[in-house]
Ligand binder design. Structure first.
Ligand code: UDP
Length: 238
């Protein structure tokens, strides 16, 4: 098992909304557990796993500032939301017997570890899933950028972006039955066509460091593991 796996270390980025299930807000425990099982199945292959989880299911900085809150304060609230999601994922993974560390860009020692690059690398070598929380630690950024940043720092081979569709399409496949999925597309083309994959700063960071991005469906049971074994449909951005 694991002999044919093409990746040794990967970053998995999921949005906070992925944890809502059918709800409109917050965390749906069965959904968190389901995703934790997908992560475990890849961990079982011996792949070293980094994770970044968004916060939009709890709080969005832009939404807060649109309602009159100071932008930076609202962004810090968004970052704190990602810490809650990370703790929920930690709990679900550890229930399944997968050892994890939550590593925050903003130190909060009683809750999780502070980010220290060499220490995080060591955790990965020891096969602990590293869940990077609090985004980049800076307002005006997103967890997409955090995933690109940490993926580079941790020398991941690719960023796996778990979505509700199995890749990047030329139009919304949920609205247009004729939408076409790209097998491969360049970062520059994603920019040119203004495809909604990651925000622009995240795309630039990944592109400038030759970090491939694999967009796949997290709704497909076994999909994450399948791609690591060379199966399934997805879009590679390179
Ligand atoms: N955020 C931030 N800096 C970061 C990462 C996140 O300020 O480095 C804030 C930002 O306000 C954002 C919120 O945290 O709206 C939630 O993150 P994100 O929007 O990336 O989560 P998603 O929408 O993917 O669930």
């Amino acid at each position: 098992d694991g002999k044919d796996v093409k990746f040794k270390r990967v970053m998995l980025k999921i949005s906070g909304e992925a944890l809502m299930g059918d709800g409109q807000f917050g965390l749906n425990p069965p959904t968190v557990e389901r995703i934790a099982r997908e992560v475990k199945s890849v961990h079982d292959l011996g792949v070293e796993i980094c994770m970044v989880i968004g916060g939009g299911n709890i709080f969005r900085g832009l939404q807060g500032s649109a309602q009159g809150m100071e932008r930076t304060t609202a962004d810090y609230m968004g970052m704190l939301a990602t810490v809650m999601n990370a703790l929920a994922m930690q709990s679900a993974l550890e229930t399944l017997g997968v050892f994890t560390r939550v590593i925050s860009a903003i130190p909060m020692d009683q809750v999780c570890e502070p980010y220290i690059r060499r220490r995080a690398v060591r955790h990965l070598e020891k096969k602990r899933v590293c869940i990077f929380a609090a985004g980049t630690g800076n307002p005006y950024f997103t967890t997409d950028t955090a995933s690109a940043l940490r993926a580079n720092e941790m020398s991941c081979e690719a960023i796996f972006m778990g979505k509700q569709v199995d890749g990047i399409y030329d139009s919304d496949p949920k609205k247009n039955p004729d939408a076409k999925r790209f097998d491969r597309i360049s970062y520059d083309e994603v920019f040119r066509q203004n495809l909604k994959v990651m925000d622009a700063s995240a795309i630039a960071l990944a592109r400038d460091n030759n970090m491939p991005l694999i967009v796949f469906s997290l709704d497909e049971p076994g999909g994450f593991r399948g791609i690591l074994a060379g199966e399934g449909t997805y879009t590679t951005v390179h």
